[in-house]
Design a protein around this ligand. Structure first.
Ligand code: NAP
Length: 280
């Protein structure tokens, strides 16, 4: 008997902006897999029913995005180590009869740096600006890669302090005003705030404060070349944009649902860049 057609999804509210259907449909097509991946808009009050009804709806699993990641964390039966550490679930699948939840954002972050700035994890110190959901995934990845000195600065100081408490010793919380000082000998700078998104000219930090060997990574990928990355490149620093994180975070989910580990290729990246440019 032929394999049943597997149906996966990304669920959020709103969801129309999501590029995940393009990524997964590209891989399904590329590998000749008879499956599907669709965006589903689910309002918060309907999310518990949606999640408990996945099997009845014939869904194999999927991605969970804003604003449902914490609700999914609470609702799944089992969680992977990354989801436990981050406190949010962005990927769900069935295993041993149970709904499992994982978080692939930390993997996406580090795989992007592995690809675009090999050797990045030999650095000893990192400055992380922002203390929201993305920052939690970044901090988890930095700790997993042995970065022992993680300096966290956020507009709302209490949120940075809360994360430093959550992740413990490698993480210290700082005021935004301390950025020139904490950047001075940092090996890595990561922007996890929404500063720099389409039309916003705000800089989370000035690359002039960094040493010459520093790597600068922006999680914002619309636009690809953010004001932070442009300023860092002008100063001659190595820069990594945020699109690779989006592409790489999709890999573990696709493998779980469709049984094949997909590869992030330049052609896939070009496909998404064309979409971001409004050309696709
Ligand atoms: P979030 O939980 O809402 O956190 C937003 C963060 O940005 C907070 O630290 C917030 O500071 C800060 N912020 C917002 N406006 C600011 C401003 N005007 N000045 C200074 N700080 C400001 O959002 P998130 O989920 O962490 O996402 C953050 C960014 O990362 C978004 O741009 C998102 O698109 C991007 N992202 C990219 C990927 C990827 O795959 N590349 C993955 C996840 C997220 P307060 O705490 O003071 O409000």
């Amino acid at each position: 008997m032929a394999d049943p057609v597997r149906r996966a999804f990304v669920c959020g509210h709103p969801i129309s902006h999501s590029r995940s259907p393009i990524i997964h449909s590209y891989w399904l097509d590329q590998y000749g897999i008879a499956g599907s991946y669709a965006a589903i808009d689910v309002a918060p009050e309907r999310f518990p029913d949606f999640l408990s009804g996945l099997r009845e709806a014939g869904l194999t699993g999927g991605n969970i995005t804003i604003p449902h990641k914490e609700a999914a964390f609470a609702a799944v039966s089992r969680r992977d180590a990354a989801a436990e550490a981050i406190g949010a679930v962005n990927t769900v699948w069935f295993e041993d009869g149970h709904l499992h939840g994982g978080n692939s954002d930390a993997h996406g972050f580090s795989a992007n740096l592995d690809e675009c700035a090999p050797g990045w994890d030999k650095g000893r110190s990192a400055v992380v600006v922002g203390a929201g959901g993305a920052a939690r995934a970044v901090i988890h990845a930095l700790i997993e890669h042995g970065i022992g000195d993680i300096r966290l600065a956020n507009r709302t100081a209490a949120r940075a302090a809360e994360l430093a408490l959550r992740f413990g010793a490698p993480v210290s919380a700082h005021a935004m005003g301390a950025l020139p000082e904490i950047c001075a000998d940092a090996d890595l700078l990561i922007n996890t705030t929404s500063l720099g998104m389409a039309g916003d000219i705000g800089l989370p930090a000035d690359p002039a404060w960094l040493p010459e060997h520093a790597i600068v990574n922006d999680l914002v990928y619309v636009p690809l070349q953010t004001p932070l990355l442009a300023a860092a490149a002008a100063r001659g620093l190595r820069t990594v944009d945020g699109l690779g994180m989006l592409l790489h975070q999709a890999v573990p989910g696709f493998e779980r649902w469709f049984g094949r580990r997909p590869v992030v290729t330049p052609a896939l990246r070009d496909r998404i860049v064309a979409d971001l440019d409004g050309k696709a």
